[in-house]
Design a protein around this ligand. Sequence first.
Ligand SMILES: C[S@@+](CC[C@H](N)C(=O)[O-])C[C@H]1O[C@@H](n2cnc3c(N)ncnc32)[C@H](O)[C@@H]1O
Length: 212
Amino acid sequence: MNQSSRSQLFDNWAKNYDNSITSDKDGFPFAGYERILEQVVSLAEVKPNTRILDLGIGTGNLAERFVNKGCNVHGLDFSAEMLTQTKAKLPQVNLVQANLLDDWTKELQTPFDRVVSAYVFHEFNLETKIRLLQQISAHCLSTSGFILVADIAFPDVAIRTAASQHWQWDEDEYYWAADEAITACEQAGLQVAYQQISSCGGVFTFTSKGAG
Ligand SMILES: C[S@@+](CC[C@H](N)C(=O)[O-])C[C@H]1O[C@@H](n2cnc3c(N)ncnc32)[C@H](O)[C@@H]1O
């Protein structure tokens, strides 16, 4: 599917997105959704005015948690309809419409203390995920900044393969296997920690090697 059809798919989903998470919260792929977002907030260790960038902000469910903590929150998404939902809920968030596969860093006034993202990176294959993480590390983070990615993910390739046979998911999506991702990210100069939170979801923390 091309990018324009992909953003159209999210435009069409925007008004019903929050309902579909609530009705699907114990199944695939949103099992543990609330706990997973809470874990991102906990790992972020923010204070009032911490600068946050939420990539693929959607309807603002993760961003809202950071707004409630007094953070200075920015969000990016390629779906105009998703951004409309967030704007109505969270008028104080600075929003940018851009595609993560384009040169989006120019659209933002950086650096950020935390770059966060939930349920978005599975849009991209592992090579593209790593390129994006490197781009964020190089252009978006403050000196002590780091990246938190929550997503559909499994502890290892074998468990992901078993899950794919069980759930028979969309082959256009690239769910994480933590073992292969950690090896590839470390080879690419990123330090990684991973926590499995639900049967199909977890949170990665990425820092550049050498960052304190
Ligand atoms: C499944 S939703 C997740 C929304 C929100 N982060 C959450 O946790 O509920 C994925 C979001 O990522 C956005 N997205 C997907 N691919 C994107 C891309 N290439 N560039 C920018 N946004 C993208 C979609 O428009 C959508 O809002």
